[in-house]
Design a protein around this ligand. Structure first.
Ligand SMILES: [Fe+2]
Length: 349
């Protein structure tokens, strides 16, 4: 029994009941049975409007109900209740339509980071890919399109900061997306750290971690699990294990690293800023948050101390932190307050 889907279904039914209550309260139809039928049909219509599952349909229905109740309280004495319903519907569909566009529109985000450290050349370019969740929220065909775009930026190195695949990724999709990574053209290679979803939460996937690792390796991608590699004479790359699993502290990982080298840390979840900053690493690249996904999840996750940041760039003492909003998203078909992205980061003197 998959309790997650059961929970989705219960939420959706509860929201449908709320909608029915709202329809009946407004007495749009003299017949109560008619109100119930119309509400249920309307709920299914919402679900069909986007290629939605119950999860996203619940979000749509929830947003619609919040808006309807809000405008009802605000305007009920001033305008007709049918007009309130119309206003709420238009605002809801505009908002969700834009959020759907934001999730599916991938932008190239540029950052320039200045350093006093010797980097061997005038500029060193990193391309960051994160949270593609292949086969779940992005197809391997679409993924290849962004690989071609990244090549046009001529990166020196490409880093993948986790959640490349998901529980619902098929082996075929994983293989196709791994093959797409072999098309990347770089001077120093393609490096990857696991996210919380890459090795799956459940056991129903038709490939295991070993097969994923093998496929990535076959296509020239190097997986780093609490490993330190000397990328160039001046730049060190530190790939951390995801915090979902037992892992080394950052202090331990940097112990043997030359303090004069420019140190880049890959850490899927943006959650260890204090220790990473104390360890004096220069740059930390993360993903995981999908740019906050849907308001106010990102803001709440920082307020509650679940994440240290949910998007963009932040500096703490000598360390710069960047959180990528992800090439795609997790189960959400919507993103608010941000677009999907891949990052181009230039390190210069
Ligand atoms: Fe994640």
């Amino acid at each position: 029994m998959n309790y997650y889907y059961l929970l989705e279904f219960i939420i959706y039914v509860l929201l449908t009941l709320c909608l029915t209550y709202q329809v009946m309260k407004k007495s749009f139809f003299s017949d109560k049975k008619m109100s119930i039928v119309v509400s249920i049909l309307f709920s299914f219509f919402l679900m069909l409007l986007f290629p939605l599952d119950f999860f996203n349909a619940s979000i749509s229905l929830g947003v619609f109900l919040i808006l309807w109740i809000f405008f009802d309280l605000l305007l009920k004495k001033k305008i007709d209740s049918r007009l309130i319903l119309g206003i709420s519907s238009i605002i809801c569909f505009t908002f969700l339509g834009y959020a759907y566009y934001c999730k599916n529109h991938v932008i190239e985000t540029h950052y320039r980071i200045k350093t006093d450290k010797e980097i061997g050349e005038s500029s060193f370019r990193i391309a960051q890919i994160s949270d593609s969740h292949i086969g779940f929220s992005m197809s391997s065909t679409r993924f290849l399109k962004y690989i071609n775009k990244i090549n046009q930026a001529h990166p020196d190195v490409v880093v993948i900061t986790g959640d490349f695949v998901d529980d619902d990724t098929s082996k075929k999709e994983m293989e196709k997306a791994s093959y797409a990574l072999s098309k990347l053209k770089t001077k120093y290679g393609v490096y990857y750290v696991y996210g919380n979803h890459d090795r799956g939460y459940h056991q129903y996937r038709d490939f295991n971690e070993e097969e994923l690792r093998k496929e990535l390796g076959k296509n020239g991608v190097i997986v780093l699990q609490d490993e330190v590699i000397q990328l160039t004479d001046y730049i060190t790359l530190i790939g951390r294990e995801d915090q979902r699993y037992p892992r080394k502290e950052i202090e331990e990982l940097v112990k043997e690293v030359d303090p004069d080298s420019f140190q880049i840390v890959l850490n899927h979840q943006p959650t260890d800023y204090e220790n990473e900053s104390k360890s004096n690493v220069d740059l930390v690249l993360s993903g995981h948050t999908h740019g906050g996904q849907f308001f106010p999840i990102g803001q709440m996750s920082v307020l509650l101390g679940i994440n240290d940041s949910y998007k963009g760039i932040k500096t703490i003492q000598n360390t710069t932190f960047i959180v990528n909003t992800g090439l795609s998203d997790w189960g959400f078909q919507f993103k608010t307050g941000t677009f999907s992205e891949y990052g181009i980061i230039d390190i210069t003197n």
